[in-house]
Design a protein. Structure first.
Length: 460
C-alpha cells in the first residue's frame, strides 16, 4: 500500500513502544488515529491526550465507525498480538490493508538517510543517544524503542534538511530486515528470541543479512569483541568500538565522579579529551562510544559531541533512577536477558560500591525462561538479595515444567525469595532495602511509582 493513499490508521496493539511511535508519526501527519490495547498505560493515555481514540476491549463494536471503512484505512498490527485476536481476524476477513509495524517503519525509512541501531541489547540507549547527539548540531528524525528523557517521547521530528533518521532496528520477528540503512550500529548478537529463530546461529545469520543491506559506501559500527563476521556490500566502511586499543574507537583515562563517567575518546583521527557522560552505568559508557563513533562518522563536530554526551539524560527504564533518598536508592531497568541483568548489576556496583543490592526480577516469556534459565540464575546470583516474581507471559501460553521456580532452583544465592507481583509493595514496607532494582520487560514497571512512594514514606 502506498502510504500517500492512507486516510486513517488503526493500530492493533497501539500501546507498544514501537507502535506508539508510529501512531505519533501519523498524528503528526494529520491523519485520524485509533487503536486497541489490552490495558491502559502512560503511553496510551498520552496518545489519547494527543487526539487518538483508544479502547481496551477486543471488540468490533468498540472500533470507531469510520475506521471500519476498508477504503483508505491502514491497519497496523504487532506480532505480539495473537492471530486469533477478534479485531485482527475481522480486518483480515474483510479486505483491509494490513501491515506489520516493521513493514510500515521500513516504508517510512526508505525516504530517509537511515541510521539503524541493532543488537540483542543496548540498541535503545544507543539509538536514543545518537538521536540526541545529532540533534545538537545536524538534526534528525528518530523512531526510538524507549521514551527519551531529553525529548520526552519515542518519536523525534526535528530534521533540519539533511534527511537523517535514527531507527531502532529490532531483531524480533526479523523486523530489522525491512531496513536498508546508510549507517548501522550493532551492539550485540547474543542468543535471544529463540522462539522465533530456534538457534543462536540463526540469530547471527539474521544479523549478517541485516549488514548485507547496508547501502554501498555506507558505514557499519560494530562492537569489536563480538564473535561476528558481517556480510558487507562493496565500499561499506567497517568501524569497531570497545574498551581496548585494538578498536577504532575506545575510551582511556576513565574516571567516575558522582556516579558519572568522564573519559578521553581515542578515534582514528586523534583523541578527544574531557568528555563526560550524563548518565551512569558502564554499559552506558559502552553505548556512548558506539553512538559517538557513528555521530563523528556523520560529520558531528567535537564541540557538539562533547555537549551532547554531557547533556544526555537517558531513557525511561534504562538505569532509570526513580528514587534517591538518605536511606535507599531505587533504579528501574528493562533488563530481561541474562546479559542485560549482568551488565546492569555490574554497573550498579561500579556506581554504588560497597552497597547492599536487592533486585526484583520479573521473568519475561516462558520460552525465554526455559532457554536461559542457567544464565538468569548466574546473573541473579550477583545480587545480595534476589526477589523473583511470576513469569509475564506476554504472547505465550504456559510451558509445562517452566516457572520462576526453574530459575530459583538453579541459583546458588541463599538470599532468594519468590513473591507474587501483588505482594511486592507489602514486602517492601516490611523489609529494609539499600539499593533496589526492578528488572523485566513485562508489566513490572506499573509498580514503579508505588515503589518510589513506599521508599519515600520510609525516609520519614
Amino acid at each position: 500500500m502506498n502510504l500517500a493513499e492512507v486516510k486513517r490508521v488503526y493500530f492493533v496493539g497501539i500501546g507498544g513502544i514501537g507502535m506508539s511511535a508510529l501512531a505519533r508519526y501519523f498524528m503528526h501527519k494529520g491523519l485520524p488515529v485509533a487503536g486497541y490495547d489490552r490495558v491502559a498505560s502512560d503511553i496510551t493515555r498520552s496518545l489519547e491526550q494527543q487526539g487518538s481514540h483508544i479502547h481496551y476491549t477486543d471488540s468490533i463494536s468498540s472500533i470507531p465507525p469510520e475506521f471500519l471503512n476498508s477504503q483508505g484505512t491502514l491497519v497496523i498490527y504487532t506480532p505480539a498480538v495473537p492471530p486469533t485476536h477478534t479485531e485482527l481476524s475481522y480486518f483480515r476477513a474483510n479486505g483491509f490493508n494490513l501491515m506489520k509495524r516493521a513493514q510500515v517503519l521500513g516504508l517510512i525509512a526508505s525516504g530517509y538517510r537511515t541510521l539503524a541501531v541493532a543488537g540483542t541489547h543496548g540498541k535503545t540507549t544507543t539509538s536514543t543517544l545518537l538521536a540526541h547527539l545529532l540533534s545538537t548540531e545536524l538534526g534528525c528524525d528518530a523512531f526510538l524503542g524507549g521514551i527519551s528523557r531529553n525529548f520526552e517521547s519515542n518519536l523525534v521530528l526535528a530534521d533540519r534538511g539533511n534527511n537523517l533518521m535514527v531507527v531502532e532496528a529490532d531483531e524480533y520477528d526479523r523486523s530489522f530486515l525491512q531496513l536498508y540503512p546508510e549507517l548501522a550500529i550493532i551492539t550485540s548478537v547474543d542468543a535471544d528470541h529463540l522462539d522465533i529463530y530456534g538457534t543462536h546461529e540463526a540469530v547471527i545469520d539474521a544479523f549478517r543479512q541485516f549488514t548485507s543491506q547496508i547501502k554501498p559506501n555506507g558505514t557499519l559500527v560494530v562492537k569489536q569483541e563480538l564473535a561476528f563476521q558481517p556480510r558487507l556490500d562493496s565500499g561499506v566502511k567497517l568501524l569497531t568500538y570497545g574498551f581496548t586499543p585494538e578498536c577504532d574507537y575506545y575510551p582511556i583515562n576513565i574516571r567516575i565522579d558522582n556516579g558519572l563517567y568522564g573519559f578521553t575518546l581515542v578515534t582514528p583521527n586523534g583523541s578527544i579529551e574531557n568528555l563526560e557522560l550524563g548518565v551512569p552505568g558502564r554499559y552506558n559508557l559502552e553505548n556512548a562510544i558506539a553512538a559517538s563513533a557513528a555521530a563523528l562518522a556523520l560529520g558531528l563536530s567535537v564541540q557538539a559531541l562533547s555537549k551532547g554526551l554531557r547533556t544526555f539524560r537517558g531513557v525511561q527504564r534504562r538505569f532509570d533512577v526513580r528514587f534517591r533518598g538518605a536511606k535507599s536508592i531505587y533504579i528501574d531497568d528493562y533488563a530481561h536477558h541474562p546479559k542485560e541483568i549482568e551488565a546492569l548489576i555490574r554497573s550498579v556496583r561500579d556506581v554504588f560500591p560497597c552497597r547492599h543490592i536487592t533486585g526484583i526480577f520479573q521473568p519475561h516469556l516462558y520460552s525465554r525462561t526455559r532457554d536461559f534459565a542457567d544464565g538468569f540464575a548466574a546473573a541473579l546470583d550477583m545480587l545480595d538479595q534476589a526477589v523473583i516474581t511470576e513469569i509475564y507471559p506476554a504472547r505465550e501460553l504456559p510451558i509445562e515444567g517452566v516457572s520462576s521456580a526453574t530459575i530459583i532452583g538453579l541459583m546458588q544465592n541463599p538470599n532468594v525469595l519468590f513473591l507474587q507481583k501483588m505482594q511486592i509493595l507489602a514486602w517492601l514496607k516490611d523489609n529494609k532495602v539499600d539499593v533496589l532494582l526492578t528488572m523485566g520487560a513485562g508489566d513490572i514497571d506499573r509498580l514503579v511509582n508505588d515503589i518510589a512512594a513506599v521508599l519515600a514514606e520510609k525516609e520519614k
